[in-house]
Design a protein around this ligand. Structure first.
Ligand code: GDP
Length: 205
């Protein structure tokens, strides 16, 4: 897919205020510093698109970018736990769960994982949350340029093992990316293109 246009549309904290356009959307989410802004800028060929909404105080917002007038890329900044009781019952922030549980235009989430790290509890819990909520998702490993090809394979295998141990039957679809090298860009955009074709063919919106 060629990116012709990528425009920042709106940031807000309420799903009800997200754009009403009947377009498929793809949400990008991960722990802060995972490389999400860099990936969004790499995918869209814009140096500072993701930063547009990255102003201080704007970090806990749902950011919509319209791509090619045809689909939305949604930047959901850094998830974390919101403690709801003294007994440390931990849940994800409400604006995030509201988004995933009610946003009808969402067709796929991309969960970003730093390929250098061993599986982190919060990422595994978030992936489980998506599974329970029945949100389709893919894993996007980031920063692949920072390790060797052999190590990449090892890290992916270790992640797969971890997910299987967490009751997943198989490794979800995944992409290995590097924002500095552009790796994975074509594969990710082709995937989105394919899903968009299906969505439009089936008249889902
Ligand atoms: P965010 O907080 O998830 O939006 O993360 P950023 O995109 O701001 O990236 C966090 C840090 O990791 C920055 O210093 C980036 O330059 C660096 N970074 C992000 N992606 C890559 C990558 O693919 N390769 C390398 N080498 N560094 C990256």
């Amino acid at each position: 897919m060629k990116i012709n246009t990528a425009e920042f549309i709106i940031s807000n904290s309420e799903v009800s205020k997200c754009p009403k356009d009947p377009l498929p959307e793809y949400a990008f989410i991960g722990r802060s510093n995972v490389g999400k802004s860099s990936l969004i800028n790499m995918l869209t060929n814009h140096k500072n698109l993701a930063k547009t909404s990255g102003r201080p105080g704007k970090t806990q917002l749902i950011n919509h970018f319209k791509i090619n007038n045809n689909w939305f890329l949604v930047d959901l900044p850094g998830y974390g736990y919101a403690r709801v009781s003294k007994k440390t019952k931990e849940v994800f922030q409400k604006f995030i769960t509201d988004y995933f549980e009610t946003r009808e235009q969402l067709v796929c989430a991309f969960v970003l994982i730093d390929i250098r790290l061993e599986a982190q509890k919060i990422d595994l819990e978030f992936i489980t949350y998506l599974g329970v909520t029945e949100v389709p998702f893919c894993i996007v490993f980031t920063k692949a340029d920072k390790i060797s090809k052999g190590k990449i394979d090892q890290q992916v295998a270790a992640y797969r093992k971890q997910l299987l141990a967490n009751n997943w039957e198989e490794m979800p679809q995944y992409f290995v990316t590097s924002s500095t090298e552009g790796n994975g860009r074509e594969q990710l955009l082709e995937f989105i293109d394919g899903v968009n074709d299906e969505v439009f063919k089936n008249n889902e919106f």
